[in-house]
Design a protein around this ligand. Structure first.
Ligand SMILES: Cc1cc2nc3c(=O)[nH]c(=O)nc-3n(C[C@H](O)[C@H](O)[C@H](O)COP(=O)(O)OP(=O)(O)OC[C@H]3O[C@@H](n4cnc5c(N)ncnc54)[C@H](O)[C@@H]3O)c2cc1C
Length: 430
């Protein structure tokens, strides 16, 4: 049967689909494929825009390898690799625990999310991969190794593995006590937000902004961590109205209109920017971090040095204004992260700002994404592994100080390239 990713940018019919129930079954699948000269690729929830998870021979789905294995003292939690982040948050809450930070959706699997360096926002916080302290994975010969233990590979090298280093069967996460987020969402002129960006990013736990192309305004989201139960969660009806009916239902109609009449897009964007209303509420952290995204889009995202973000946005805005025919329908999202030590993390070794461009999935995006990529590369950008980009291994090697170490680890864990697919070959080489 044909497998498609969420965005519809990848469609493939694997020769075989397996859904193992244990690490032993995964190991047997890999051993058999290696013997038969076939390739293996694990897939999570298919939320990458790139073909990073594409499997033509054997597709491994970990839908039956889910749930918490053990909660250890100090908040370390061993989780089966196929667990969805959403389910994990529910299970963790029952233990009084939570993930330190999350991206803006939570339907990904744990292994899928960490494998591409999935991140949220917050200048003091790293992406999900920085919360990982141990990994169990099946390597190319079918043997099992535990990263972060004994002679196993370093977690920092193995965790953002793009599926190229093995099939991850278990992830150990350093969790934190469950917390509440106080959320303030508001719109304001982009110039005002940029003028005080440094201060806002430094003083707020989780700050992000969404700029509406062709409008001077942006939506800002400022989330502050609190202990204690939520006091003012959004009423159910309001969440339903704003997050489902307006953000998803009406927004789809607006995007369809813009697709059919590209000339309307600037006006529609200005309307959308004005239609967003101020909200202030609090809730359990996972309910604030993650939203539901039902209007499909395509996306490219680059991590740039924190200090370059205003220049990137200014140049992008100039390009958008010069190219009304690009009819950019979705807001540009700007987020922040701390420097980290994960070898293939987009925030490796530097304080980072993320700039993400999106376009409605049925509208043309190529020229816009290409222009954005050129701007981001000029500022030493590194593309999100799961989002659209055009770089290959030599270009990426120059952007990652530990790239050669990743290749050496790949040679050690999968010398015969059982886990190769066309994307991994493009970005890591043969
Ligand atoms: C609507 C939407 C919102 C998003 N929001 C964010 C965001 O806020 N922040 C962000 O950083 N990204 C975001 N992303 C990107 C997304 O988080 C990543 O692409 C993530 O990798 C998807 O996880 P997945 O479970 O769908 O994995 P897939 O896309 O299915 O796979 C991703 C990679 O993980 C590998 N993999 C999966 N399971 C295993 C395993 N068991 N062992 C080894 N390798 C494995 C796959 O082979 C592949 O290489 C978003 C994507 C969408 C569509």
């Amino acid at each position: 049967m044909t497998w498609r990713n969420w965005a519809g940018t990848v469609a493939v019919t694997p020769a075989e689909v397996v859904t193992p129930r244990s690490v032993e079954e995964v190991a047997a699948v890999v051993r058999r494929a290696a013997r038969d000269g076939r390739r293996v690729s694990a897939v999570g929830s298919g939320h990458s825009f790139t073909p990073v998870a594409e499997a033509r021979d054997v597709q491994v789905r970990l839908d039956r390898l889910t749930g918490i294995v053990a909660v250890e003292p100090g908040g370390r939690v061993r989780v089966r690799a196929g667990t969805r982040l959403r389910d994990l948050s529910v299970e963790l809450a029952a233990h009084g625990l939570g993930l330190e930070n999350l991206g803006d959706i939570d339907v990904q699997t744990v292994a899928g999310a960490v494998s591409t360096g999935t991140h949220g926002t917050g200048a003091r916080f790293g992406g999900l991969a920085t919360q990982v302290v141990g990994l169990e994975l099946v390597r190319g010969d079918g043997t099992v190794v535990r990263a972060g233990e004994g002679a196993g590979p370093p977690v920092a090298g193995a965790v953002v593995g793009l599926g190229a280093l093995g099939v991850v069967t278990e992830v150990t996460l350093q969790c934190v006590p469950a917390f509440t987020l106080h959320a303030v969402e508001d719109t304001e002129p982009l110039a005002a937000a940029l003028a005080s960006l440094d201060e806002r990013v430094a003083t707020h736990d989780h700050y992000e902004l969404y700029w509406f192309p062709y409008a001077d305004r942006c939506l800002t989201k400022t989330n502050t961590r609190r202990t204690g139960p939520p006091e003012h969660p959004l009423p159910r009806w309001r969440r339903m109205l704003e997050d489902e009916v307006l953000t998803n239902g009406a927004y789809r109609a607006v995007n369809e209109a813009g697709r059919l009449r590209p000339g309307w897009v600037p006006g529609l964007n200005r309307l959308a920017a004005r239609a967003v209303s101020r909200r202030e509420f609090d809730d359990a952290a996972p309910r604030v971090f993650a939203t539901s995204r039902r209007v499909r889009f395509v996306e490219s995202e680059y991590a740039v040095p924190r200090a370059a973000v205003t220049a990137v946005l200014t140049q992008l805005r100039a390009w958008v204004d010069r190219h009304p025919e690009a009819a950019v329908q979705f807001p540009v999202e700007v987020r922040f992260a701390a420097a980290d030590d994960r070898w293939l993390s987009t925030a490796y070794g530097r304080e980072t700002a993320y700039v993400a461009v999106h376009q409605f999935h049925r509208s043309p995006a190529r020229e816009y994404f290409r222009a954005f990529e050129a701007i981001a590369l000029d500022h030493d950008g590194r593309p999100h592994w799961g989002k659209l980009h055009g770089l290959d291994a030599p270009a990426l090697a120059a952007r990652y100080p530990r790239f050669a170490d990743v290749l050496a680890l790949r040679d050690e864990l999968d010398p015969d390239r059982v886990f190769a697919n066309r994307y991994r070959t493009r970005v890591l080489g043969r």
